[in-house]
Design a protein around this ligand. Sequence first.
Ligand SMILES: NC(=O)c1ccc[n+]([C@@H]2O[C@H](COP(=O)([O-])OP(=O)(O)OC[C@H]3O[C@@H](n4cnc5c(N)ncnc54)[C@H](O)[C@@H]3O)[C@@H](O)[C@H]2O)c1
Length: 361
Amino acid sequence: MSDQKPTDSIFDQLNAFGHKKVVFCNDPDTGLRGIIAIHDTTLGPAFGSTRMWSYKSEADALYDVLRLSKSMTYKCAIAGLNMGGGYSVIIGDSRKDKTEAMMRKFGRFVKNLNGEFITSEDVGTNPRDMEYIRMETQHVTGIPESLGGSGDPSPIAAKGVFMGIKAAVKELYGNDTITGRSVIVQGIGHVGENLVKLLRDENAKVYISDINDERTRQVSKKYGAEAVSNNSIFDIDADIYSPCALGATINTQTIKKLKCGIIAGSANNQLQNEQEHGEMLLEKGILFAPDYVINAGGIINCYSELMGFSKKRTLQLTENIYDATRNVLKLSKLENISTTEAANKIAEKRIADIKKVKSTY
Ligand SMILES: NC(=O)c1ccc[n+]([C@@H]2O[C@H](COP(=O)([O-])OP(=O)(O)OC[C@H]3O[C@@H](n4cnc5c(N)ncnc54)[C@H](O)[C@@H]3O)[C@@H](O)[C@H]2O)c1
């Protein structure tokens, strides 16, 4: 799954990423300027969140939505969901520019796709926005529990990351016991805090760091985790580094410093350059549990909402992340390829196989 921007030409970009459809949502009356990208619908309707962000340029917004929608195709495929990959972005400052009318107009654009695209919340959008979209179309998830939705996906996302960590521990140490292992959790927001709880419940030694000092103090006290400064996390000799804040924290500089045996966290796009840094980690012998494999709990939660699954079934699907991660790590070892390359291979194979199934009408 290449993450390189190939060209400035819109059509060449669509060809390079392999997109099926891109819809530009322009509405001067409400100020809506958005893009819905549908990457692949072989496995089912395209599933993807809606991000609102002050992009520096329209080209940046397009590149972001193309990249994010393609990775959703892979995430759904490897999680075993019958959903394709999509994403949408709205250009603007979510704190200043967002209105009910804008979100409902966006909902109308989603409605016009007749179920080919189903959305949920992301950076810059929240359950209230999903309620507005829901007023115009049923093709939205992440609705509050009080309105019959699945609510906050973060605890399930954290559970999936925890299963991914266990699978990586099993691969490296021969058993998946977390007790006594040391873990650095970088970013203790919605997912990070839930992960700290799961790790501490199994008596792991947990280090935490966040740019929000007050939050760090609270989480440290609540769970008995050791607070460390953001600058020092790469100097700590821990078994596992769990990035749960932003992407691209794994790059040429940080790989040189890393002392851990495993990287496994929730942040999307952790490798600054998928191919180059995936191979560097392979050479250094650090086991990288690919982010899109182990952070699929959030989307599994939305999928369950869509399918009307019980909480028990949602949990089962999330626990499957353990086996999905094991399969990726095994293939990486067998073929001596990076774990990301192994994950991409498994995802692409499932899509190719199901394409054959769907060739009969
Ligand atoms: N919430 C979900 O269900 C879900 C699902 C899949 C993936 N993810 C990904 O997981 C990551 C965390 O998601 P979240 O919902 O917990 O977000 P969040 O905004 O609740 O938490 C992020 C935390 O990271 C901290 N942070 C920001 N920059 C930092 C830095 N440079 N160093 C240390 N800490 C920093 C923030 O202060 C915040 O506490 C994101 O990359 C998100 O895309 C989330």
